[in-house]
Design a protein around this ligand. Structure first.
Ligand code: GDP
Ligand code: GDP
Length: 456
């Protein structure tokens, strides 16, 4: 069973390609022995026999790039994830769910010589619910006599069944046409980020009096443009466009910054609501800390909120002009002790009043956004995981040693990883993986999510 729920909020399927675009992903699902591997080879245009990999950390040949006269897409062979046949029905639904989560379209393979089985029906239920485009293939239709069997699959309600012989190539052309029809024409759209290539969204947050409005004034100067994000309404203008480092940035909810929060009943509550809303609207949050005061619970809460919301994070230590040697000593210790979990966040030491090092803010924001958007290809990730697990295997627990079978990064902003493992991975080991991922690939300024899917 699953030790942890998989994060189903992943917005995109896709693989890295040079140039930064994304290739659409086609997942091949179906019962064992229906001919998935044979079909994968057919789609890839290869003749060689598929090696039955022993499932393990070294296998990263699960996604392959297909190229048909310039149309490229990734083929994901979920059949390789079948560890054994015991408990197959449970695993079938799981396999289909994974495919549905990661893929842009699904190729569902049925063996026409066998006809429909209960296991096939289990797949169908998951696929129907998913609303992903499905190409239905009746395989092993080696001769025209078998086409009648294929036609019976219309009943499934998954559209036209495509009779194919993966072995001989029969019907492969029509099947490919259907695949191209099902796959998105454009690389999968980023559902979150900068729609229409608009300015990046930045939130300036921090507890009252840390210097948010001072910093905003310093950054924006007199050349600020107030934008009303809800055009046509009488609501407050909420965002401001600010030009910095040759680029326009959208500072979200600046109305909330400029309005002085009076210390009336409930003021803190509304301030924290505003902070939360600004973080949600932003891609990157700059959390201001007043270095002249002891690090407060509220500072830590705001920082955690940014990380939990999956936004890029920059920490700006403000009022640096007020820092003396003694306070500085304690500040460094506070940071070391209380902010270890966000060591990855770029840090700037600034003074909004004097302007000290304020120019370092934009490069820090850019670094954080870059980490936030980083995407590691499945091949690279599995090569990395293979080495990591070989050198530092998970400790043996109760005579068992959980192994990582396969990993993938279904989405970025922030980077999300899904690891398929043969047993539960301890928190310590997952932190170790996160640390090594950061050492290997950067990810400065971004939280990373790692979900583990256990396949016993
Ligand atoms: P998978 O477990 O779904 O990946 O299935 P495989 O690709 O390993 O194929 C299972 C068996 O079916 C193998 O013996 C294949 O040679 C055979 N097979 C695959 N496609 C066809 C086909 O189109 N026609 C026939 N007759 N056999 C096929
Ligand atoms: P906000 O509530 O976070 O918007 O904070 P403000 O920008 O209103 O600043 C609160 C107080 O701190 C004001 O009196 C500012 O002048 C002062 N302040 C802000 N930044 C600095 C700084 O870098 N150095 C010093 N010494 N004071 C600052």
């Amino acid at each position: 069973g699953n030790a942890e729920p998989i994060d189903l909020s992943a917005e995109e399927g896709g693989e890295d390609v040079p140039g930064g675009g994304l290739l659409p992903v086609l997942a091949i699902v179906g019962r064992p022995n229906v001919g998935k591997s044979t079909l994968v080879n057919r789609i890839l245009g290869r003749r060689e026999a598929v090696v039955q990999d022993v499932p393990g950390v070294t296998r990263d040949r699960v996604s392959y790039e297909a190229n048909w006269s310039g149309r490229r897409f990734m083929v994901m062979d979920t059949g390789g994830w079948e560890v054994d046949v015991a408990g197959l029905d449970k695993r079938v639904a799981e396999q289909a769910e994974i495919a549905v989560e990661l893929a842009d379209a699904v190729l569902f393979v049925v063996d026409a010589t066998v006809g429909l089985t209960d296991t096939d029906e289990a797949f169908v239920r998951v696929l129907r619910r998913s609303k992903k485009p499905v190409v239905l293939v009746a395989n092993k239709v080696d001769n025209p006599q078998l086409e009648a069997e294929a036609a019976a699959l219309w009943n499934l309600g998954l559209g036209e069944p495509h009779p194919v012989s993966a072995m001989h190539g029969r019907g492969a052309g029509d099947m490919l046409d259907a695949i191209f029809e099902a796959l998105p024409k454009q690389p999968p759209a980023e559902t979150f980020g900068t729609p229409l290539g608009g300015p990046r969204r930045v939130a300036l947050v921090g507890k009252p009096n840390v210097g948010k409005s001072s910093l905003l004034n310093r950054l924006a100067g007199e050349y600020r443009v107030v934008v009303d994000s809800t055009a046509g309404t009488t609501r407050d203008p909420v965002d401001e466009m600010v030009e910095l480092g040759g680029k326009t940035w959208r500072f979200v909810d600046t109305a909330g910054i400029r309005r002085r929060v009076h210390h009336t009943f409930g003021a803190d509550y509304y301030a924290s609501l505003r902070t939360a809303a600004a973080i949600e609207k932003a891609e990157v949050a700059v959390v201001l800390i007043d270095v002249s005061e002891t690090l407060a619970e509220q500072d830590l809460r705001i920082i955690s909120k940014v990380a939990e919301s999956g936004r890029a994070l920059v920490i700006a230590y403000n009022k640096w002009d007020k820092l003396d040697d003694e306070r500085r000593y304690y500040l460094e210790r506070e940071i070391e002790q209380e902010l270890v979990q966000v060591q990855w966040a770029p840090r700037v030491n600034i003074s909004a009043s004097t302007g000290r090092h304020v120019e370092k803010l934009v490069p820090a924001i850019e670094t954080a956004l870059q980490g936030w958007e980083t995407r590691i290809s499945t091949g690279k990730l599995n090569a990395f995981l293979g080495t990591l697990v070989a050198e530092h295997p998970h400790p043996v627990r109760g005579g068992k040693q959980p192994r990582i079978l396969f990993g993938t990064q279904p989405s970025a902003k922030p980077p999300r990883f899904v690891l398929f493992a043969s047993g539960f991975l301890e928190a310590g080991y997952r932190r170790f993986i996160e640390r090594r991922l950061r050492e290997e690939f950067g990810f400065a300024g971004t939280p990373i999510e790692i979900s583990v899917r256990v396949r016993e």
